[in-house]
Structures are given as C-alpha cells and as structure tokens.
Write a protein of this length. Structure first.
Lengths: 476, 515
C-alpha cells in the first residue's frame, strides 16, 4: 500500500478536466497516424491551447534576434544583426548579474526591466502613475496569480475562502483556486448579450454563496477567455463599485489586452479605477496580470508574466515580497520577453520596418480568422457564436439535438465532450469542451484558438462543417 | 485632547478590535477622516504566508542592495564593492557558461542562425532536434505539462547511464521550473490531515531554507534531524530515529528530505549512509525526497556521488519495488550554473498511478516549465560526445569549472581554519562553506538587546564594514547555542582569497571589539 495514498484534499478537490481524456485520445490518434493507420485525416489539428506558435504563427524577428544575442553574446560582434538589436542586447545584459542570462535576478525582476514595464503601464494608461515597487515579474501570469491567491485564500479559516469567477472561465484559474483550498463562486456571463458581465449576476452569485463561504476576491478576465468579450468602460466601473461595496479584492487578468479586433478598445482596470477618482481610486485593492504569452509575441514557452499591485496594505506587501523571494526569480528570458513586449522597436529604428510588417501580418491574419470563423460557424445549423471582440478563442454554442444528448448520457459523457470526442476521432480536430469552463445548465459549447495560420483555420472550418453536418443528420 | 474625544477614539478602537476577533470584516469607518479598512490585511490574509522566510534573499540581502545603491551614488564606504557571497549564483560571480549550450540555445532562439558558419555542425544538429520536438518548431510554444517528451526520454537515458544501467522509465520523469518547483509540488501533494494527524516532513538541520519556507506555507510540521557537525556533517540513523519517534507524538510523519551533496554543509554522504537512509525510510514508511542538484559538485578525496535511485535498485526488489522516492536535479548548479533558465527535473519511483494522476492535475496549474530551460536540460543530459566537433572545448570548459571549484573549496577550508574562533569542516561538495563561528558573550548580549540573532548581528556588522554579504546560520537552522554563516565558494580565486582575508580580519577585529 502506497505511502502516498493519502494526499492533500485540496489537490483531490481540483476538478479533473474532461479535456484530459480528449488529450490522451489525441496522443493515441497521433501515434496511430505515425504507425500508418488509415484515418479520414492526415494530421490532427490541435486548437485546444491559446498558443500562437503551435498554431503556426511565427515569432517576431526582433524579439528572437535580441534573445539569441543575449544567450550568446558573441553574436553582438556579428554585423548581420541590426544595430538596435545589438544595442538592446547590450543594455539587457548590463542589467544581468555577471552579464549572463544564466544568473538569478533580484526577486521582483531585473530592476531596469521592472522600471521599463512600469513606464509601459503608465504610457498605456494615459499617464496614470505606476510604481516599480508594486510590480513583480513572474514565471507566467498564472504563477503570479496563484501566488496572490495564496495570500488571499485562507485554508485554515472557519469559513472556506470564496473567489468570484466568471462562468465560463479559464480553467487553470479555477483549478488554482481549488488547489489552494478555496471555493469558486461562479457569476454567469450573459451569452445573449455577447458574454457581457452584468453586475446583477455578481450580486446573484454573492447571494447564492450565502453563508457557506467567505468571499474575498472577484476575478475578471478582460478580454475574456474563453468568451472573447471586451468589457465596456461602464461595465468595468460597475465591477469596481461592486468590489468596493462588497469589500472584495479585485483580480484583473488582462493577458489578452494585445488581442483586440473590431470596434472596441481595451482599457485597463487600473486606468478605469484611477479615472473614477477618490475614494474608489485610493481604496479598491487591485492586482492586474499581464504576460508575454499572447498578443503579437505569443511567447508562451518563455514564461514571462507580471503582476501589478494597486492600493495594497504595505504590511501585506512586505509578506508578498517575502513569499516571492522563496521562488528565486522569474526565468531571465521570460523577463527579457517582457522588456521587448513593453518596449518594441519605434519608427526610425533599424528593426522597425520588419517588426511593423510582421505585426501587421499577424493582425490581418487574425482579423481574417475572426471574420471567417464567425461567418462559417454561424452559417451552420445548430451553431451560434457571437463575434470575437478580443482574446485568443472562439466559443461557439452548439444546440445539440436531444438524441445526441441522450447518447452522451448513455456512454457516461458530458454532451459537449461527446461532441468533441467525435470531432476528434472523425475529423481530427481537437477543441476544448465547454463543460470544463462552466456554462449555464443545458447549454453546450466548445472553445478553439483563432491565433493560427489562416490556412489552418480554413482547413479546420472545412472539417468542422463536414463533421457537423453529418453529426446533425445522424442525431436528428 | 479632552476626555470626551479620547473616549470616542477608545470606543472606535474597541469596536474595530471586536470586529476582527469575530472574524468579520471591519465596518466602514465614519466619514470624519478615518481611512477605510483594507480587504486584505495582515489579519485577513492567509496566516501561513506570514510564516514564510527565506534567508538566502532575506533582510541582510536587502541591506546589501541598499549599500550597493549608496556606493553607486558616491557615498563613502570602508569598501569599494559589495560582494554577494550569499547566493549560489555562479554566473553572477563570473563563472562562464558552457559555450556549446549557449550556441545551441541561440540557434533555437533564432533559427535563421542555422545558416551562420560561426556555429559548429553538432550545435546545429542539436538545435534542429530540439526545435522539431517543440510545438510549431518554436521555443515559444507551450510544451506538455510534464515536459517535452523527447527531453524526458533523453533524461531517462542519462539517468540510466549515470546509474550503471539501472532502468529509467521516461514516464516517471517530470521536467520542472528549477528543482524548487518539483520539491514544492511534491510537498503540496503530500501535506494533509488535521491536528495530530497533520503531515510531518523530516528535513536536515542545517537545511536549504526553501524546505522550511514551503513547509511553513503549507502548514506542514517540520521535523528537524540534526546533522553531526563533529563528524563532518554526517547523518546518523539514530538521530533520524530520535527525531521521528518524538515527532510521532504530535504529527503524522510521512516524508524524509535529504540534500546530497548538502546545502549549506557541502557533505557528500557515503554509500553506506544512503543505504541506511533507504532502509530507515522503508521500515518507517516514509516518502523519500532526494535533492541531488549538486551531484557534479564533488571535490574531496574519497568522496563520491551515489544517486539514491542507484543505491535503491542495488539493494534488491525488497526495497526497489516498495520504497517511494523522488529525486531532483537542476540546471542551476554543477558546472552549468544556469540558474536564470529555471531548468530542472524530478524522477518519481514507485508512485501509485492514482497519485500520479493527482500530480498531473497539480502540475497543470503552472502550465509548463520554461521551454528554454527544458532545452538546456536536454543538452546537460546529452552533452557533446568524443569525436563531435564541440567535444574538446566542452570537456575543457567543464573540467576547468569543476577543478576551479575544487580548488576554491580547499582554499576556503584552509584559510578559514587558520582563524581562531572559526572552524570550517571540509567542503566536500556543493558550493558553500558553513563554518562555525565563536561569538563573544558581549556580542551575543548586544545582539539579543536589539532583537537580532547573534549570527545575523555578526553578519550585518561584517556587511557594513567589509561589504561582504553572507547568510547567517540561523537562516538554515543550527544546534542551539552554535553560530555559523554560509559563504559561497563561487567568486574567482583571486577575489576569493581577498574575501577570505577580509573575513579573517573582520573576525579578529570583531572578537577583539567584543572581548
């Protein structure tokens, strides 16, 4: 009998995702294909992750040149690298202990980079001041979020700590909350209104939590994951007022701020809060998260993220600092990626032309994807999908026929997982089932990434169309 | 202030106190200027976070950073530079990276360089192989949570070679964000229970304070077993037994952590000792966690690194099929010193499948370890081979680094032992010396008066007077009434000599001053 039979109940309480079964099945299918087994498709299209590089998007040349020069400084003697690349690499290495990206950095990150990130934040927010002392560079934004949650979630208290989170919600966050011994209090986003956040729903969620837990924080994702909704200023003001009134710590996950399509504009929670003036601007406690994983850079694998803390109690900040010291430091290449994200080449710089071309190309690809996905998905019987305003994903709703729902129950699966499994087996497309994200009872969805090559999207939609048409016939 | 007002203030203070005691949020204060209470305060925050300390980056380091700033602003000090001998960061102290590793990583970062003739063919081949195993052929794609499969396979083969053929299943390999990530994850997994059933974890004193920090954060019980300073920091099984028996009275001991080669002590455990520990863990049904990040840092004559896994398997099926073991390695130490890449792995032996499933869930929350770190680990376990273009250079760089460390280990021990009041055990391995210092009674008293641990008091004084930043032994744990400091052996030899002389001078002056 294993010593480890008994394990942390917090870990046991973390929801097992439907997705893991699908991922396992995909691995088997890929192996089959490698062995030459006949299938209706030659390769699997995996759009279950928000991973642009996996989706075929190319890294930005400037970014990779600087990284290479930092990793192997001999390259700086190489005239093949543009002058601004070499200068940036020099500057970055100057900030590294021993001029090496192999050394640890200060706990909050390389000071020069933290400074430049704070300047970026201030520029982005129309001049709202940002203090580098409130910024921590981390191994990805989720790592930073789980550290802050760790401070908020009190596993020893009489009442379980509750965190309000949207439904649907990015599953890693909800897992994180559960793993720390907290409980997720879902507030339903309004699908009819394009996944808008309605403050009445926040109220409803708090009431339904009743006395069962101690709600301490409110987590918002803007732009939304999986929903793709971009919040209006008005809605954000309502959220801030609600957080203030109900005494909730605001957690703003803004990693998709660089992924905006269509009319709406991104404005940060920090900016909205500042513009609302005192007393709110001086009192509402906020942590905002950003990352180099999304946007044009898409450098998920480098693990570069940050958190900015606003209006926190200085005594608590001291403890947060100490907590971060035990993590050693964020990976240096991830920190460098953040520097490059917040300080890209400017007009006039030698690398600017190519940088601009590449980012424009990515932008136009994704704009095309968003349009095409909207058109095709909404043209299919049994599908409906609001326009993707921002973020990395489309999250269409499938109106499953009763027969399909019945069949799913018979085989012991969630109906949307059943659909996704069939989609994988018959069409070689891997998407994420809606049940993992939380959805209104009786509704079904799936999520797929749109930060991919346009050809890949077209192939994906072609396969989806064929599959779906057949599926609806079979289960009508 | 008249009587009426002071009563009012008192009333408000009392009512806020009782609100806190009831565990309810404080009422919004009235509008006459008293500020609104925060949601997240030291009373409402997770109490275990308040117990976390990490001496390696603690208050003395913060003071060192301040001093650096003051120096750079032109302030006069009794020293020209601050020397950070507190942290095991080799590159920060001037150690050079391995050329081959950096070449491959540069090629992986910017594959256009594959057409550049400055890179040798074997570096290019390696880069291509790594990129082919990455999503979208890019270091920027997420990998699977457990790590890139081909890297795990390479790690498994490395372990097999290292351990003289003992089989290693790649499915038991988990790539991690430095070894720390793996260690903390395993602890998160196994800490459970309430009251007297709360999980206890055995850790050496002195220990690397990541362990005490993680145990504090998780609210686990830390069970201290003392290493024997008189016997060169060796581990006595009788001491393990004593610690365990005592701990069983108030907690549920479930794991035993051992760092070999040791941090901060540098001791390299004998094979016999490792066998004894395994037998102990088997008998007492403890999960064994073997932190082996310094496995290439072995200097002393007669000392050799023996991996726990190898010894376990050589003890036969009675042990190899039952003892549950996790061993940890990293790209941060040894001859690589690549702390900033956060590369690491853990190998898990004899873990239940169901528990593995739970481990997988836990790991998924941090998505994946940094891909450049995974690529680097691939190179570490798969270095250039004889006959390959980069082999000669690789071997000479690795040998130079390791022999420099061996020299510095010896030098450190020698110089420190010439100082009256400092006694330094041989630095058999790892990257640190952990000498015992005699602190005069007067100094102990002054330290106590200002609320400081005596060795912190000593180290702070040393910092202010010499610019040398060390970590006091109290940050690692030590026998009551004994004092130590941890100093890295990493600065270049010439600088190290100067450093050691300064330490000597300071100690003599300090002893004199407080006699």
């Amino acid at each position: 009998m294993s010593v480890l039979q008994e394990i942390s109940s917090n870990v046991k309480n973390m929801k097992q995702l439907e997705y893991s079964d699908l991922a396992r099945r995909m691995t088997q299918i890929k192996e089959d294909l490698r062995q030459g087994v006949e299938k209706p498709f030659k390769e699997v299209i995996d759009v279950s992750w928000g991973d642009p590089h996996r989706g075929g998007m190319k890294p930005l040349t400037f970014v990779r040149q600087v990284l290479a020069a930092c990793v192997y400084p001999q390259l700086m003697n190489d005239n093949k690298l543009p002058v601004d690349v070499r200068q940036r690499a020099q500057k970055l290495l100057d900030g590294c202990a021993g001029r090496s990206v192999g050394s640890y950095s200060a706990t909050q990150g390389i000071p020069e980079i933290v400074q430049r990130v704070s300047e970026f934040i201030s520029r982005r927010d129309g001049g709202v001041p940002s203090n580098p002392e409130n910024i921590f560079l981390c191994c990805g934004s989720q790592w930073a979020l789980s550290r802050i949650l760790n401070v908020l979630v009190n596993a020893e208290a009489a009442f379980t700590t509750g965190v309000l989170a949207p439904a649907p919600c990015y599953r890693t966050t909800t897992l994180s909350i559960e793993g720390l011994g907290g409980v997720v209090i879902p507030y339903y986003l309004s699908e009819e209104q394009g996944w808008e956040l309605q403050v009445e729903e926040l109220q409803q969620a708090l009431e339904s939590a009743g006395g069962a837990c101690n709600p301490i924080a409110l987590y918002v994702i803007n732009p939304g994951n999986p929903t793709g909704h971009v919040q209006s200023r008005k809605s954000m003001q309502e959220v801030i007022r609600f957080a203030s009134e109900k005494r909730l710590f605001l957690l703003a996950d803004e990693v998709y701020q660089g992924c905006i399509y269509g009319e709406k504009e991104f404005v940060s929670y920090k900016r909205v809060l500042a513009e609302m003036g005192p007393p709110l601007s001086d009192t509402v406690e906020l942590a905002s998260f950003h990352s180099a994983s999304k946007g044009f850079m898409g450098e998920c694998g480098l693990r570069g993220g940050y958190v900015e803390l606003v209006n926190l109690d200085p005594a608590v900040k001291k403890y947060i600092y100490t907590l971060f010291t035990a993590d050693s430091s964020a990976p240096l290449l991830g920190q460098i990626a953040l520097d490059l994200m917040t300080n890209p080449p400017l007009p006039g710089d030698p690398s600017y032309f190519q940088f601009d071309q590449e980012t424009q190309h990515i932008k136009s690809t994704v704009d095309k994807n968003v349009k095409k996905a909207f058109e095709v998905v909404n043209s299919l019987q049994g599908f409906s999908c609001p326009a993707v305003e921002g973020g990395a994903f489309a999250f269409p709703r499938i109106h499953l026929p009763a027969k399909a729902i019945q069949k799913a129950k018979e085989v012991g699966m969630q109906p949307d997982t059943f659909y996704c499994l069939k989609l994988l087996e018959e069409a070689g497309v891997l998407v994420s089932p809606g049940s993992d994200f939380g959805q209104k009872e009786g509704t079904f969805h799936f999520r797929f990434c749109i930060l991919i090559l346009h050809d890949v999207l077209e192939e994906l939609l072609r396969r989806l169309t064929l599959f779906h048409t057949q599926f609806m016939k079979d289960f009508s | 202030m008249n009587h009426g007002t002071s009563l009012l203030w008192k009333q408000r203070a009392l009512s806020s106190l009782s609100a806190t005691r009831r565990g309810l949020p404080k009422e919004k204060m009235s509008e006459n200027g008293m500020s609104r209470a925060k949601v997240l305060t030291i009373d409402t925050m997770n109490p275990t976070v308040k117990k976390v300390e990490y001496a390696v980056r603690g208050p003395i380091v913060q003071r060192a950073v301040e001093l650096e700033r003051e120096l750079s602003e032109g302030m006069k000090k009794p020293f020209a530079e601050v020397i950070k001998a507190n942290i095991g960061d080799a590159h920060a102290m001037g150690q050079q990276p391995i050329t081959f590793f950096r070449q491959v990583l540069a090629l992986c970062s910017y594959p256009e360089l594959l057409s550049d003739s400055i890179f040798p063919e074997d570096a290019k081949n390696r880069a291509c192989r790594i990129l082919n195993s990455c999503g979208g052929n890019s270091l920027g794609a997420y990998s699977a949570s457990q790590g890139i499969e081909s890297v795990r396979q390479d790690v498994a083969r490395y372990i097999e070679r290292r351990d003289g053929g003992v089989p290693c299943d790649p499915d038991n390999i988990y790539l991690t964000t430095g070894a720390s990530d793996g260690i903390v994850t395993m602890l998160k997994l196994l800490v459970c229970g309430e009251g007297a059933a709360r999980t206890g974890v055995m850790i050496s004193i002195p220990q690397y304070p990541l362990y005490s920090a993680a145990l504090a954060e998780l609210g686990a019980v830390q069970i201290n077993y003392y290493l024997n300073e008189e016997k060169c920091w060796s581990l006595d099984i009788s001491e393990l037994q004593r610690a365990l028996n005592e701990a069983r009275r108030y907690c549920n001991p479930r794991a035993l952590c051992i760092i070999n080669p040791g941090n901060p002590t540098g001791q390299v455990q004998s094979r016999q000792c490792i066998e004894d520990v395994i037998r102990f863990a088997a008998k007492e049904r403890l999960f064994l966690m073997a932190d082996e990040v310094y496995q290439d840092n072995v200097y002393a004559e007669g000392c050799q690194f023996h991996s726990f896994k190898k010894v376990l398997f050589e003890m036969g099926p009675e042990y190899s099929e039952t003892v549950e073991l996790a061993s940890f390695h990293s790209t941060s130490k040894c001859y690589m010193g690549e702390c900033g890449f956060r590369g690491g792995y853990m190998e898990i032996i004899n873990m239940d499948d169901e528990v593995k499933a739970q481990l997988t869930k836990l790991l998924s929350v941090r998505l994946c370890p940094p891909v450049p770190g995974q690529a680097l680990m691939d190179l570490v376990v798969n270095p250039p081979q004889p006959g390959e273009p980069s082999y000669e250079r690789f071997i000479s760089e690795r040998t130079a680094t390791l022999s420099a460390l061996a020299e510095k280990a010896k030098l450190t021990e020698q110089v420190l032992n010439t100082v009256e009041g400092i006694r330094c055990n041989p630095v058999q391995g790892a990257m640190y010396s952990f000498p015992r210092i005699t602190i005069p009674e007067k100094a102990i008293k002054e330290a106590t008066d200002v609320g400081q641990q005596p060795d912190m008091f000593y180290c702070m004084k040393m910092l202010e007077e010499t610019g040398i930043c060390l970590v006091p032994g109290s940050g690692f744990g030590q026998k009551d009434g004994t004092y130590h400091f941890r100093m890295t052996i990493l600065p270049p030899k010439d600088k190290l000599k100067i450093l050691l002389n300064k330490v000597q001078e300071f100690h003599q002056k300090f002893t004199q001053q407080y006699s």
